[in-house]
Write a protein that binds this ligand. Structure first.
Ligand code: C2O
Ligand code: CU
Length: 480
């Protein structure tokens, strides 16, 4: 998909953006040539999921969770775990308001499910142990729900061995488009992950290093963008691109940087943010998403490298060299002379949640010693020890997160988006809908959440999936 003049003009209320983009075509009666370089996304494109339902209101997709031999590490074949033989799985694209039907067939050697990370599904469709019995080998389960919110989401298993399953390749993107949003640029979905592949091509066992692996969070040493090592994207000077970036790693944090350019962050976990934010680094913990818009610049023919810095989740202050994650080749096509800064336009209005009657709930992300090492949990209890938290449809709560361990945990809430109120007493700079937030050691994070409907049993946990399995997980019951 790429920008057309008419798609831009249909969004006149986005005047500030138009001003930036339209300068390109002035004086050209045939209209500006806004085409991206030929095959610009071929190096990273993920095959989309086919919609097998003819109705315009329904997107129906069939996914088979199965093993497949693929060349992930250049030069060797690896039997990875996939959806439909793809790693990442097929990108599911739908529009806000449509109904999504996904028929999952499991031909893996163990049970699995699909969790729709960030999507406001009915509780019974959430894919967790609280919601359903896992889909056994040979079985089929159909997920079905309406898409209430535009944004960048993803799907992955949610069983007791999620960490190993995600590490073996089970994840894919779900993009929910809003026809009322403008085209911010040529669109690319970027699923970031990592994988462990041995010299002989075999997959590193998902439970490698036992307790240490759980406690530190396993990172595969191959960093992947859409299942590829160091792939290439082509860009045209001045022609904007919109990237939807998802961190689908089981444990790895990604901190991204362009050497000479800032990121223009336009969206987060739950769609567009209220206003753009310009930032040098883009830090994504497992589960988090960012939508960015940017305008390529550089010399024709130049190859730029996007760098992955150490996410520093252990706070060890050991300087590590950044590694190139992706290359960007600037084409020799004539530049599109759009403005280079897209700084300050309003993108969306997000009403602040009314917290005047909200009760506060405190959760301390902690560890305690146990035989064989340490276990993780909330408020002194592991997932197995804790009773579900109880709340009620229609209530708004303020959750106060603290972290008394000495390393970061990405806290993820199922079923409902939250609004960050403050981090260490400082108000969030931009209002947005979040479902995953990094909690640093010693930090205090306060967020507001409204349980607007969809009663049932939900989960919250650290999205370092090894940590969730070591106990940092809990349930909350939203009563009707
Ligand atoms: Cu992305 Cu409970 O998960
Ligand atoms: Cu954690």
């Amino acid at each position: 998909m790429h920008i057309t003049l008419s798609s831009l003009i249909s969004h006149l209320r986005w005047g500030w953006l138009l001003a930036a983009l339209l300068i390109a075509g002035c004086g050209n009666s045939a209209g500006p040539d806004l085409s991206p370089p030929d095959g610009w996304d071929r190096g990273v494109a993920i095959a989309p999921a086919a919609d097998v339902d003819a109705s315009p209101d329904v997107v129906e997709v069939h996914l088979e969770a199965r093993r497949q031999r693929l060349e992930i590490k250049p030069g060797v074949m690896t039997e990875v775990w996939t959806y439909n033989g793809q790693l990442p799985g097929p990108t599911i694209r739908a529009r806000k308001g449509q109904r999504l039907v996904v028929k999952l067939t499991n031909t893996l050697p163990e049970p699995t499910t699909l969790h729709w990370h960030g999507v406001r599904v009915p509780a019974s469709m959430d894919g967790t142990p609280a919601a359903q019995a896992a889909v056994k080998p040979g079985e089929t389960f159909t997920y079905e729900f309406d898409l209430l919110d535009a944004g960048t989401y993803w799907y992955h298993p949610h069983v007791s061995s999620s960490s190993a399953q995600v590490g073996a390749g089970l994840y894919g993107a779900l993009v929910v488009e809003d026809p009322d949003e403008p085209s911010f640029g040529d669109e690319l979905v970027m699923v970031l992950s990592d994988i462990g592949i041995e010299a002989d091509g075999s997959l590193t066992p998902g439970d490698i290093s036992g307790w240490f692996g759980d406690y530190f969070g396993r990172e595969g040493d191959l960093k992947l963008v859409n299942g590829r090592v160091y792939p290439k994207v082509l860009a045209r000077i001045g022609l904007p691109q919109r990237w939807r970036i998802i961190n689908a790693s089981r444990s790895r944090f990604y901190k991204l940087q362009w050497p000479k350019q800032a990121w223009v962050r336009i969206g987060g976990d739950g769609g567009l943010v209220e206003k753009t934010k310009i930032q040098d680094f883009l830090l994504l913990s497992p589960g988090e998403r960012a939508e960015v818009m940017w305008v390529p610049s550089g010399a024709p023919g130049a190859v730029l490298e996007m760098l992955a810095h150490d996410g520093n989740r252990f706070h060890l202050e050991l300087p590590q060299e950044p590694e190139p994650l992706l290359q960007l080749e600037i084409s020799k096509q004539p530049a599109v002379s759009s403005a280079r800064t897209l700084a300050s336009g309003p993108l969306r209005t997000i009403a602040p949640l009314d917290i005047s009657k909200a009760a506060t709930r405190s959760l301390d992300l902690m560890e305690k010693s146990a035989t064989g090492g340490a276990v993780l949990g909330f408020n002194g209890q592991t997932a197995d020890e804790a009773e579900p938290l109880m709340t009620k449809v229609g209530t708004t709560e303020v959750w106060h997160l603290t972290n008394s361990t000495s390393y970061d945990h990405p806290f993820h809430l199922h079923g409902y988006f939250f609004q960050i109120l403050e981090i260490d007493g400082v108000a969030a700079p931009v209002r947005e809908w979040k479902d995953t937030i990094i909690v640093q050691p010693g930090q205090h994070i306060r967020f507001a959440v409204h349980f607007e409907g969809r009663p049932g049993m939900w989960m919250f946990h650290c999205h370092i999936l090894d940590h969730a399995e070591l106990g940092m997980m809990g349930m909350f019951h939203v009563m009707p």
